[in-house]
Design a protein around this ligand. Sequence first.
Ligand code: MRU
Length: 338
Amino acid sequence: MTSAPEINAVQPIAWLGDRLRLLDQRLLPLQESYIDCRNAAEVAEAIHGMAVRGAPAIGIAAAYGLVLAVRQDRNAFEEAERVLAASRPTAVNLRWALARLRGLWQRGADAAALEVEARRIHEEDLAQNLLMGELGAALLPQHARVITHCNTGALATGGHGTALGVIRTAYAQGKIAQVYNTETRPWLQGARLTAWELMREGIPTKLIADGAAAHLMRIERIDWVIVGADRIAANGDTANKIGTYMLAVAARRHGAKFMVVAPSGTFDLDCADGESIPIEERSAEELTEFRGQQIAPSGMQAFNPVFDVTPAELIDAIVCERGVIEHPTAGRVTALLR
Ligand code: MRU
């Protein structure tokens, strides 16, 4: 681990030519500390261990990981691709980014060309987020009151964010009256990361326990629930952080609209619907312990799925850089992505 480099803005992923520098998101907001990865195995470990997280960010990191591998050994491509692809199963952006490099590699590209492509994936993500920010903000009313879940901001992407990018853009347009961000158990991406990003920019936000969302929607007006995605199936069913489905059910019950914001690299047309999206399950200790401290009885068993699937019928709009899909169906998804 190295001390923090001199930077002004949040820069969770920095390509330094011979290594990948990652802001260790496990330690935020209490500590800004960086990890340098010098090979694909170290990148895969940083992804699996949640030092870097968020679907677009892990896609970007994996692409750089593959570049590190082939720079060291031309024959390392397949093994590095396998190790990186296995690091987290649900976010399809990871496989999508690796597939972009594979396509070039199979056409005879060298390590330098792969590096250019990895940088392009990184830069494109920021540009797409800025576009989605405009498209999503246009759907919000004045004085909007919104709920967001997990962290979908600059930390989770190449910059600006997806769902949080919409909130950022809408705030800059003077449209946001109040944000509520969930804690997002068990890793607390909301309490630690979203709160940190929003507070740095003075965007009015209040932290809520995950279980408080339905109560909040019942007692106060919430216009939109705005979330990101880890994988969107061909019919619009969307996998995102555990608890998203619960928010969508509560939103429909209370008349709040539900928006998913994700770039085209998050769609997986090979998954006909949400049933075929693999859902990552992580260790029981993530629930029975907190930062190494036991909180449940010894020997307690746990079920720890870290994503869930929200059916398309509960989604009012999917915002992608190519446009907005209202009330998603297979036909509308195909029409936008074709
Ligand atoms: O487990 P995480 O923190 O990687 O989960 C992140 C999410 O679920 C995000 O909502 C999703 O990846 C979109 S990030 C722009």
